[in-house]
Design a protein around this ligand. Structure first.
Ligand code: FES
Length: 119
């Protein structure tokens, strides 16, 4: 059974068309439904990761994006692929990724709908 997704718009069509969401090769924190998400842009594509580094809780959205499309955690500089969430600096972690969809009216992020017994 496919998981239900709660799609939330995080940027308008105007913001996308006028390149107002993010500069190339940067990341930022966005808040969606009380969740903090690291939104990144690399080679014209947008990516979304959980904002919390799996090492010690650093805020990935406050880090930097390198020339290979990795976000660098601002705390201890571990790197995570924006595309896959895989830790690319060798420590074996993964950062949760979120699906993004570009629609006619803007950019959307998909958040899993939690079942009532899973908190
Ligand atoms: S908290 Fe992110 S590398 Fe340590």
């Amino acid at each position: 059974m496919a998981e239900k997704m709660n799609w939330q718009r995080i940027a308008t069509r105007y913001e996308l068309d006028h390149d107002l969401v993010l500069e190339e090769q940067t990341v930022k924190v966005v808040e969606v439904e009380d969740q903090l998400v690291c939104l990144g842009k690399f080679k014209g594509n947008y990516y979304a990761l959980r904002n919390k580094c799996m090492h010690a809780g650093g805020y990935l959205g406050e880090g930097q994006c390198d020339f290979e499309g990795n976000v660098i955690c601002p705390f201890h500089r571990y790197r995570y692929s924006l595309a896959t969430g895989k830790n690319t600096s060798g420590e074996g972690y993964y950062a949760k990724t979120y699906p993004l969809e570009t629609r006619q009216d803007g950019l959307y992020i998909g958040l899993k709908v939690k079942s009532w017994w899973k908190f």
